[in-house]
Design a protein around this ligand. Structure first.
Ligand code: C2E
Ligand code: CA
Ligand code: CA
Ligand code: CA
Length: 278
């Protein structure tokens, strides 16, 4: 047993070393990727529950590296830890605004695009000015974008984030709380938060077709959101049965593979042209 224990330690030590190497490599590769424009965005539509019209888009970042596409789950948290999220976040906003120009010049409806924002970006004091300037340079009003910030990040940095949110909102930018239900926001905070939308986390949507209890939680969130005057969006809607339940419960907007996966701008235009004629 002693021998096995020692081997195990050795194994972990080796693994840890590799992990640290991997982090260093990844950080270096991300810096390179930023200056070589290897990051790009895909957009996932948000659908009105009643009319089924497209009412918004969400920008989701991807990294094209050596012909492969790396999902954000593999690099966003390291970007946050290393501070690279600041330049990457700016790149994401600029790329979104460039893509918006293409969408606005097409037949695609002029809906707002939501951008996911990390807490570190919000606490940068120049952030709201930066967003306003970038929008103005692109010839867009503040109604063109919406910011999604996760409930857990919001709660970690409550005071500085709330004042930044206020500033953004006074400038006319809409704010959504992302992954709602996973981050322990207390009711008293929720009452005073300067936000417009609650996005119910996919984990709750996964449960609604499985029984009363899962459905009850989602129903409660929708009622809460509506009492606070907020729009409620469900993320990760995959099957018709979930969509039917969400419609019955009064959920305002839906997003998920049932309607459309995240797509590049060109594919998005093709998708929209097809849904218009079908
Ligand atoms: P999120 O903001 O909760 O985004 C939803 C994720 O669920 C996306 O994964 C999306 O592709 C995926 N999704 C959408 N519909 C469905 C569905 O019906 N079924 C399933 N199984 N998945 C669905 P993605 O693009 O890999 O992004 C993962 C997370 O990475 C995002 O979660 C967000 O927290 C973060 N992220 C993505 N883009 C950005 C960004 O530009 N900036 C920052 N800071 N974070 C980002
Ligand atoms: Ca999001
Ligand atoms: Ca989300
Ligand atoms: Ca989520």
């Amino acid at each position: 047993a002693k021998q096995a224990g020692r081997n195990r330690f050795h194994f972990f030590a080796k693994e840890y070393g590799r992990q640290a190497d991997r982090r260093l490599w990844l950080e270096h590769a991300m810096k390179h990727a930023l200056s070589h424009r290897e990051f790009f965005l895909e957009y996932q539509p948000k659908i009105d529950s009643k009319t089924r019209a497209v009412v918004g888009l969400e920008a989701l970042v991807r990294w094209r590296k050596d012909g492969k596409v790396i999902p954000p789950g593999e690099f966003i948290s390291l970007a946050e830890e290393t501070g690279l999220i600041i330049p990457l976040g700016k790149y994401i906003i600029e790329a979104t605004i460039r893509d918006l120009a293409i969408l606005r010049a097409s037949r695609f409806p002029a809906v707002p695009v939501a951008v996911n924002i990390s807490a570190g970006q919000f606490t940068d004091p120049s952030f709201s000015r930066y967003v306003a300037n970038t929008l103005a340079e692109g010839g867009l009003t503040s109604a063109a974008i919406e910011l999604e910030i996760t409930e857990s990040l919001l709660m970690q940095n409550l005071a500085p984030t709330i004042s930044a949110l206020r500033e953004m909102r006074e400038a006319g930018v809409r704010i959504a709380i992302d992954d709602f239900g996973t981050g322990y926001s207390s009711m008293s905070y929720l009452r005073d938060l300067p936000v417009d939308t609650l996005k119910i986390d996919k984990s709750f949507i996964d449960d609604i077709a499985k029984g009363e209890r899962g459905r009850g939680i989602v129903h409660a969130i929708i009622i809460l959101g509506h009492h606070l005057g907020l729009t409620v969006t469900a993320e990760g809607v995959e099957v018709e049965e979930q969509a039917n339940i969400l419609r019955t419960l009064g959920c305002d907007q839906m997003q998920g593979y049932l309607y459309c996966k995240p797509l590049g701008v060109e594919q998005l235009l093709t998708w929209h042209a097809h849904t218009e004629t079908s």
